[in-house]
Design a protein around this ligand. Structure first.
Ligand code: FAD
Ligand code: SIN
Length: 519
């Protein structure tokens, strides 16, 4: 039995913790309350080949097509072949997916060749997954520490031996035989994002600082349809999957002229189509028109999106609603093998923070919850190989000086406010403008110069929750801009206006490590 620390409580962290706790002593740390993160906001559902007319091969083909030449066929095969078992594992833990007759109801989303999206509560899939998995964690034996933020990894003799955390009762070091980071994405790099406030890439940044390999950092996915109101909440792609269309301010369906699949073209194509239509109309949002779907279908299938629209004063079933692209999902992350192992022994990564190779340059809709579930099960199994290393960790414990100032009594582990402070606001502005949906060399160079100036001005021994997150955002923003500058072509979610075509010679992933950067 090994001592395992799992960091993060979205689908990846919760499921890894539950599965690992069957054989190991598991401590689950999370920045806010149990179950916070992007998972709980997920709407569309989980892509999985369940229909008799569907197959893992067809799902894999769609996934690789979306990945634009960078998906890893072996990882994609694992994802698609093991998807049904992962959905069964979620169901066994109490996730109540919507049913249609004898089987699960299957929705449709862009770039899938068939209906294969299982969902729950209509469009509240993430909430249902989190409800069931947090209940499973609460049943034990997993120990949980909420409001406890990973700050850095502890590496001893080249292997991970624990974590440095910031918690309400102080900064401390927690030792372990293995650490699984499941800290999600980094949507807060951008001012307009569907991600919650804690999405600041903490685990990815911590892994990089200790020398872990990261890959595919230039590929950030922008969801085409966030509601164009403050906070940019998501309007699920499944709404377009059921027949809603996009119109410009003249009422024209502009996507018909952009791609044969129109509104159901790959995400990057639709997002850029919308951005260009918005630019042509002075930056004003386009609209998503779901009025032809009928009020009954909209209410039954999209209660969550209907409520989101209603809270902003819009009636989804009866009027077109304003939409705009927003940062949504990071394909890049900590490079892992097919069982979540990173390049640092004892460190595993699962979920959005991991780069397993399944998404390539562009993630297919609803493949992320699936990835989180499939690779959580695999990572938990891989923990069986971990050798308890008490001597190593105890030696390390003696060697580690407490690096952080103790938090103030009022401090929480997460800077969970939506209002960005000036440094973060400026970083977000720079990334949106120069490292967003479209990039070019001059803009990326300007972004790097500005990010370096912001980093220079930032506190170099941060101790508040916000300053620690800002340190991570500055680091990751720089790494994305560097990777985007280095990739002199357009592919998937990475679009260079100065290199608008794909270049077959660059059809490979870029791997970066801190050692390489220092060399
Ligand atoms: P998350 O669910 O984001 O969880 C990360 C966890 O790590 C959180 O608990 C967070 O608090 C914790 N954490 C972060 N930093 C620290 C730290 N320093 N210390 C301790 N804990 C930390 N994908 C689909 O497949 N289907 C969908 O329908 C879908 N809809 C989406 C809708 C929205 C609005 C969003 C934002 C995303 C959607 N996605 C969807 C993407 C998908 O939800 C996410 O990629 C996925 O849920 C990520 O799961 P995760 O467990 O890796 O991370
Ligand atoms: C959505 O419901 O549009 C989000 C699906 C996803 O991000 O995979």
């Amino acid at each position: 039995m090994a001592r395992v620390i799992v960091v993060g409580s979205g689908v990846a962290g919760l499921l890894t913790a539950v599965r690992a706790s069957r054989r190991h002593e598991v401590l689950l740390l999370t920045k806010g309350v149990l179950g916070d993160g992007s998972t709980r906001h997920a709407q569309g559902g989980v892509a999985v080949a369940l229909a008799p007319s569907d197959s893992a091969v067809a799902h894999a083909a769609d996934t690789l097509r979306a990945g634009a030449g960078l998906g890893d066929p072996a990882a994609v095969t694992v994802l698609c072949e093991e998807g049904p078992d992962a959905v069964a594992a979620l169901t066994a833990l109490g996730v109540a997916f919507d049913r249609d007759g004898d089987g699960l109801a299957l929705g449709r989303e862009a770039a899938h060749s068939t209906r294969r999206i299982v969902h729950a509560g209509g469009d509240s899939t993430g909430r249902e997954i989190v409800r069931a998995l947090t209940a499973a964690v609460r049943r034990g034996p997993v120990r949980v520490r909420e409001h406890t933020a990973l700050v850095d990894l502890v590496v001893v003799d080249g292997s991970v031996a624990g974590v440095r955390v910031r918690a309400p009762d102080g900064a401390r070091v927690l030792m372990a035989d293995a650490v699984v980071i499941a800290t999600g994405g980094a949507g807060r790099l951008y001012p307009h994002t569907t991600n919650p406030p804690g999405a600041t890439g903490d685990g990815t940044a911590a892994a990089y600082r200790e020398g872990a390999e990261l890959a595919d950092l230039e590929f950030y996915q922008f969801h085409p349809t966030a509601l164009a109101v403050p906070g940019t909440p998501l309007v699920s792609e499944a709404v377009r999957g059921e027949g809603a269309v996009l119109r410009d301010e003249h009422g024209e369906r502009f996507m018909l002229g952009v791609h044969p699949d129109a509104e159901l073209a790959p995400r990057d194509v639709v997002a850029r189509g919308i951005a260009r239509a918005m630019a042509a109309q002075g930056g004003r949002p386009v609209v998503l028109d779901a009025t032809a779907l009928g009020a009954e279908l909209v209410a039954a299938r999209f209660p969550g999106v209907t409520a989101i629209c209603a809270s902003a004063g819009f009636d989804l079933a009866r009027e077109p609603v304003p939409v705009t692209p927003a940062a949504h999902y990071w394909m890049g992350g900590v490079r892992t093998d097919a069982s979540g192992r990173t390049s640092i022994p004892g460190l595993l990564a699962v979920g959005e923070c991991a780069r397993t190779g399944v998404h390539g340059a562009n993630r297919l809709a609803s493949n992320s919850l699936l990835e989180g579930a499939v690779f959580a099960v695999r990572a938990a199994a891989a923990l069986d190989e971990v050798e308890p290393a008490r001597a190593r960790t105890e030696r390390a414990a003696g060697a580690i000086a407490a690096p952080l100032a103790a938090p103030s009594a009022s401090a929480s582990a997460s800077a969970t406010t939506d209002a960005p402070a000036p440094l973060r606001e400026e970083l977000q502005r720079v990334l949106w403008r120069h490292v967003g949906l479209e990039r070019d060399a001059a803009g990326l160079e300007a972004a790097l110069t500005r990010i370096d100036a912001l980093a220079e001005a930032a506190n170099d021994s941060p101790s508040t929750a916000r300053a620690l997150e800002d340190r991570n955002l500055l680091l990751l923003g720089r790494l994305i801009a560097e990777a985007a500058l280095a990739r002199e072509e357009s592919r998937g979610a990475h679009h260079r206006t100065d290199h608008p075509a794909p270049d077959p010679a660059q059809a490979r992933s870029r791997v970066v490590t801190r050692q390489e950067a220092l060399a």
